[in-house]
Design a protein around this ligand. Structure first.
Ligand SMILES: *[C@@H]1O[C@H](CO)[C@@H](O)[C@H](O)[C@H]1NC(C)=O
Ligand SMILES: *[C@@H]1O[C@H](CO)[C@@H](O)[C@H](O)[C@H]1NC(C)=O
Ligand SMILES: *[C@@H]1O[C@H](CO)[C@@H](O)[C@H](O)[C@H]1NC(C)=O
Ligand SMILES: *[C@@H]1O[C@H](CO)[C@@H](O)[C@H](O)[C@H]1NC(C)=O
Ligand SMILES: *[C@@H]1O[C@H](CO)[C@@H](O)[C@H](O)[C@H]1NC(C)=O
Ligand SMILES: *[C@@H]1O[C@H](CO)[C@@H](O)[C@H](O)[C@H]1NC(C)=O
Length: 659
């Protein structure tokens, strides 16, 4: 239905003098093919709708949808508006008020319209437009100035925005689907990115929409100083100056953001070009503008309050009633039992209110934690939300019961797919590669992107769950905090984790860091490539263990020998070699020689990035010999042979500490 036409590219200059304007116009599309006549029912419905949108604009989500349906059903108008997520309710209302006036000037008798402003978007139609993902019409705008180091910058834009997109689309139903993310490019230049979906979209629709938006902005303009994609359902933007109000980051003083020379010119002039896909009947009105974006950035004092009010992660929203949990799990019935581990028994449940499937971990060990501390830590962990992490939905704290409620992940854990002969075929190379990428992004989030720095400390195949689309979700992070294992030092006398995956410095000296997680990740990659369990490899391969075998094939330049024979010929040689390379880099003995998760994610996402050569043969091969230690028996993968569909019950400890 939708055809992409490059309709026109029109450039004009517009000096922004109205800095007090609440709605900074960007673009609009309203095909003159479906029109209404003056004083018709449609018009009166439309007026009513616009009034209602304006008066509801202060809602906390900055999103509102409504219908006006007086008279015949063909006269029903469906409308919505969306404010940029960082705006205060006042600013949002100002934009909605301006936009509803502005749009009737621009589209005096068109039935269908969408108009984008810097601060909000307004859209209406004679058809039901709610809850469906639409990327048409679309507007692409960019700054014509090139950045130096274009490829590197584009890469940074892509990885930053992809992370942002998964964060945004993972926000729960009803939440404001909005996020911003910053990344350092050079000492002087910081990348600022923003992504937002309309709140009526599902998480997966939001993600699809943002992926399209991001590939558009990166594809066209990844080497430019800034660009944005505007769709009816979502928008994405990046710049090298802060263009949103952020509660988390204080905007740097003027002059430190842009390149030292010509700062004003660079960030002040944005050229917009437009690509408009149009629907059925054809012709659309299109405009392009070149405008000054340098403007007095308004201070919205209410932002802070507003965000606090909107923070969905409050004790109330996370607390489950014991009765609800009992109903959900059929009184913790054995039929609902998914597995049992060091922390307690895990049950599958179905929430009575909305039918949502959950995994309920009924904690057995009494921790030294008081109730308030327990709550505080649960809230912290529940804030960790990423596509590649199993989400903690809440908790129940009643009487002696301490219960954690997780999202239910339908598939079994990665070790099941890797090692059960019946399921190995389901794991073709492209899903393996996707899983590796997912684990890497989830781990990067834990290490760098969340508000806390989290070291997982027990990354292993049985702690990777797979959803219905075989996306990896890391489970069992944050347990140390919840359990009150009070270890905020990078050194511990009680080593927890699974020996086979353990970095030498951690296993021997109890020293853990993000780099010990990288080591475990390296072992995991080698298992995924080879389809062999690190713990059992040496039994079938004489004296050699998986790590030294992989190292040997790497140095002998016969990397494909490591590959799981079950894969046959369907794999990408380039990807296998890249993954093996990352694997051998990650299992280096010296933590300093291992890459960070950030560089691993870059290596996985780019063909052109240069990767260092691994330095030394890993010397730490002893682990497979000492695996009979009681510690390992207690902690090792219990779900492998029991086909436990969900292994959030695994005994494992994760470390968190505030940055
Ligand atoms: C619709 O717009 C096009 C181009 O802007 C114009 O040529 C055409 O006359 C318009 N049609 C009507 C019915 O106004
Ligand atoms: C629409 O109504 C207004 C006021 O009610 C009137 O002034 C105008 O002439 C009407 N227009 C048409 C086309 O009937
Ligand atoms: C939305 O606006 C309409 C019209 O002004 C009003 O009647 C309605 O109560 C508002 N809804 C909410 C939830 O504020
Ligand atoms: C708003 O959209 C939802 C779907 O996202 C729909 O169910 C609801 O009826 C809409 N509200 C109104 C007032 O039309
Ligand atoms: C910007 O970079 C592109 C290639 O990436 C190049 O073709 C173009 O000439 C550059 N423009 C300027 C103004 O340097
Ligand atoms: C950017 O660098 C500064 C110090 O130069 C640091 O404080 C800040 O955390 C960095 N930001 C990101 C997103 O890495």
């Amino acid at each position: 239905m939708t055809t992409l036409f490059v309709l026109s590219l029109l450039i004009a200059f517009l000096s922004r003098t109205r800095t007090e304007a609440a709605a900074t116009y960007l673009a609009h599309v309203c095909p003159n093919t479906t029109t209404f006549t003056a004083n018709s029912t449609y018009q009166s419905n439309l007026n009513h709708l616009l009034g209602s949108l304006t008066s509801n604009a202060t809602r906390t989500t900055g999103f509102y949808n409504t219908t006006a349906s007086a008279g015949n059903s063909v006269d029903t108008v469906y409308g919505l508006f969306l404010c940029r997520g960082d705006l205060s309710p006042d600013a949002c209302r100002d934009c909605a008020a301006d936009a509803t006036k502005d749009v009737v000037d621009r589209c005096p008798n068109e039935k269908v319209a969408v108009a984008w402003y810097d601060e909000c978007m307004l859209r209406y139609s004679n058809q039901d437009i709610f809850s469906s993902m639409v990327t048409d019409p679309s507007i692409l705008m960019w700054n014509t100035q090139n950045i130096s180091e274009q490829n590197q910058f584009a890469l940074l834009v892509r990885t930053t925005m992809n992370d942002l997109a998964s964060g945004v689309s993972n926000l729960g139903p009803g939440a404001k689907k909005f996020g911003t993310k910053e990344a350092n490019f050079t000492a002087l230049q910081t990348l600022y990115t923003l992504a937002q979906c309309t709140a009526d979209l599902s998480g997966s629709d939001c993600n699809r929409c943002l992926q399209i938006a991001i590939s558009n902005v990166v594809g066209c303009c990844g080497g430019k100083l800034g660009a944005r994609a505007l769709f009816p359902s979502c928008n994405a933007r990046f710049e090298i100056y802060p263009f949103y109000q952020s509660v988390a980051t204080v905007p740097p003083p003027p002059g430190t953001v842009s390149t030292p020379k010509g700062k004003d010119k660079i960030s002040a002039v944005t050229i917009i070009a437009i690509v408009v896909p149009i629907s059925v009947f054809g012709v659309l009105c299109v405009m392009g503008y070149c405008f000054l974006t340098r403007r007095a950035r308004k201070k919205y004092n209410a932002v802070q309050e507003e965000n606090a009010a909107n923070d969905i992660t409050t004790v109330e929203s996370l607390q489950f009633d014991l009765a609800t949990i009992e109903t959900a799990t059929n009184m913790f019935s054995d039929d609902n039992k998914l597995g049992e581990g060091g922390f307690g028994v895990v049950y599958k449940g179905i929430l009575p209110i909305n039918g949502q499937e959950i995994a309920v971990k009924r904690l057995s060990r009494t921790s030294g934690q008081g109730k308030e501390e327990f709550k505080t830590e649960v809230i912290l962990v529940a804030k960790l939300q990423h596509r590649n992490l199993v989400r903690l939905l809440g908790f129940c704290l009643q009487g002696e019961e301490k219960i954690l409620v997780y999202e239910f992940v339908p598939n079994k854990s990665l070790d099941y797919f890797l090692y059960e002969p019946a399921s190995q075929e389901q794991l073709n190379w492209s899903s393996r590669y996707n899983i590796i990428g997912g684990i890497a992004r989830g781990l990067l989030y834990l290490h760098e992107d969340s508000r806390l720095r989290i070291i997982h400390r027990d990354l292993k195949a049985s702690n990777i769950l797979l959803d219905g689309d075989m996306n990896a979700k890391i489970s069992n992070f944050g347990m140390a905090k919840i359990f009150g294992v009070d270890q905020t030092q990078g050194n511990t006398s009680r080593v927890v984790g699974t020996f086979d995956y353990m970095a030498p410095e951690y296993a021997m000296h109890g020293q853990f860091s993000v780099k010990s997680d990288v080591y475990s990740f390296g072992v995991l990659i080698l298992e995924i490539i080879s389809g062999k369990k690190v713990s059992s490899f040496y039994q079938s391969n004489g004296d050699e263990d998986l790590l030294s075998y992989a190292w040997k094939q790497w140095t002998d330049e016969t990397p494909l020998k490591v590959l799981d024979p079950n894969l046959g010929n369907s794999y990408s040689r380039e990807q296998v070699i890249r993954c093996l390379h990352i694997g051998v880099l990650s299992i280096q003995d010296d933590p300093a020689d291992r890459p960070t998760m950030a560089s691993i994610v870059l290596m996985l996402s780019s063909q052109s990035i240069s990767m260092p050569s691994p330095l030394r043969q890993p010397a730490y091969f002893l682990h497979s010999r000492i695996e009979e230690k009681p510690l390992v028996e207690q902690e090792s993968d219990q779900s492998t042979s029991k086909s436990v569909p969900l292994s959030v019950n695994e005994a494992s400890i994760t470390e968190l500490y505030p940055r």
